[in-house]
Design a binder for this molecule. Structure first.
Ligand SMILES: O=C(CO)COP(=O)(O)O
Ligand SMILES: O=C[C@H](O)COP(=O)(O)O
Ligand SMILES: [Zn+2]
Ligand SMILES: [Zn+2]
Length: 361
């Protein structure tokens, strides 16, 4: 069984200039879709579960499901990651259930709604890093609050995100502060805010640099060339998926997501983990709507869940290819969390600052 830590995967991605999509999971069909896609192109896997997913699927079911997926595809390294942990307890229980990576999202307070102070973020993230690294588990931190630069609003629909309006200073990660944050916390990966938000309604037009500040990524990468950057809210919200949903009774207002070319640009500037949930949700929903509308007499869930899984597999596979993951899985030999714990203890994985100027591009 090939569980792997996020740190080992992202180190490999950085050495080989590719990015890894991190797909959210809530059920068996999504897990199978991700693994079938990864198997088809020999890509390593990051599966992530939100707090909502953990309570929806149940921790025990989820843990055994991931075990089953890893057993089914023994040669594909699988990282199991806690998405948007809201505090040390969420991260600790994830580790108890076998997660090899956790996100401590200290950009918001424990209620996952109130924007947190910088001091709070550093303190809580540092504590989670100490605890997780002693178990060999990786940690992603977040600096800057995710939200729309167009409206100043967060994303209430996912249940995680601030309510109300914020100005640009809170919605854009400060590059100087990013350096301090990595030094103080020793996170393995850093999620940054630059105009993306969760869910389908990210932009009211094709995004440009005004609303999707890729220059912030480039600036942070210049200062932190060895830090793995994470783009949240990175669904592309493809037009064809909007059209399928709306053609079969859906009512999604026209919207724009993050163009794949912008993510590819990010990958050239240190982005190693790209979070995608909404595109997969839309792919599945479109397929289900189509079947139920074309065959209103259908009542067997397999009749619509199978095409839903297939639509998600197709999307996942496309992103693996677009982000350069093809063929990478078999090049990686997963280290155990015990081995990773030793590497942390020896200081081998401490952050580096400004040493590899050539990679700063
Ligand atoms: O960032 C995400 C999960 O953490 C998912 O983003 P999307 O809603 O754009 O898919
Ligand atoms: O973080 C956002 C992901 O899209 C997860 O969404 P969720 O909290 O509805 O499971
Ligand atoms: Zn966040
Ligand atoms: Zn997110």
């Amino acid at each position: 069984m090939a569980r792997i830590t996020l740190r080992q995967l992202l180190d490999h991605a950085a050495e080989n200039d590719y990015g890894l999509p991190a797909y959210n999971i809530n059920n068996m069909e999504q897990g199978l879709a991700i693994m079938e896609a990864a198997e088809a192109v020999n890509a390593p896997v990051i599966i992530q579960a939100s707090r909502g997913a953990r309570s929806y699927a149940n921790d025990i079911v989820l843990a055994k499901l991931i075990d089953a997926l890893a057993e089914l595809y023994p040669h594909i390294p699988v990282c199991m990651h806690q998405d948007h942990g809201n505090g040390p307890a969420t991260c600790a229980t994830a580790i108890q259930y076998g997660f090899t990576s956790v996100m401590m999202d200290g950009s918001l307070e424990e209620d996952a709604k109130t924007p947190a102070s910088y001091e709070y973020n550093v303190d809580v993230t540092r504590r989670v890093v100490q605890m997780a690294h002693s178990c060999g588990v990786s940690v992603e931190g977040e600096l800057g609050v995710l939200g729309s630069l167009e409206t100043g609003m967060g994303e209430a629909e996912d249940g995680h995100g601030f309510e109300g309006k914020l100005d640009h200073s809170a919605l854009l990660t400060d590059p100087d502060q990013a350096v301090d944050f990595v030094r103080e916390t020793k996170v393995d990966a850093l999620a940054i805010a630059m105009g993306t938000s969760h869910g389908a309604y990210k932009f009211s037009r094709q995004p440009d640099g005004e609303v999707l500040a890729m220059n912030v990524i480039e600036e942070i990468h210049r200062r932190l060339p060895d830090t793995h950057l994470v783009m949240h809210g990175s669904s592309s919200v493809p037009q064809d998926l909007q059209d399928i949903i709306n053609a079969y009774g859906g009512q999604m207002p026209q919207t724009w997501g993050v163009p794949v070319e912008e993510i590819q640009r990010g990958i050239k500037h240190g982005v190693r983990k790209i979070n995608i949930d909404t595109d997969n949700r839309m792919a599945m929903t479109g397929a289900i709507r189509k079947i139920l509308s074309e065959k209103p007499g259908e009542f067997d869930p397999r009749a619509y869940l199978k095409p839903a899984k297939e639509a998600m597999r197709k999307l996942c596979q496309e992103r693996y290819l677009q982000f350069g993951c093809e063929g990478q899985a078999s090049k990686i030999r997963p280290l155990s969390t015990a081995q990773m714990a030793q590497r942390y203890a020896k200081g081998e994985l401490n952050p580096h600052f400004g040493t590899s100027a050539s990679k700063a591009a």
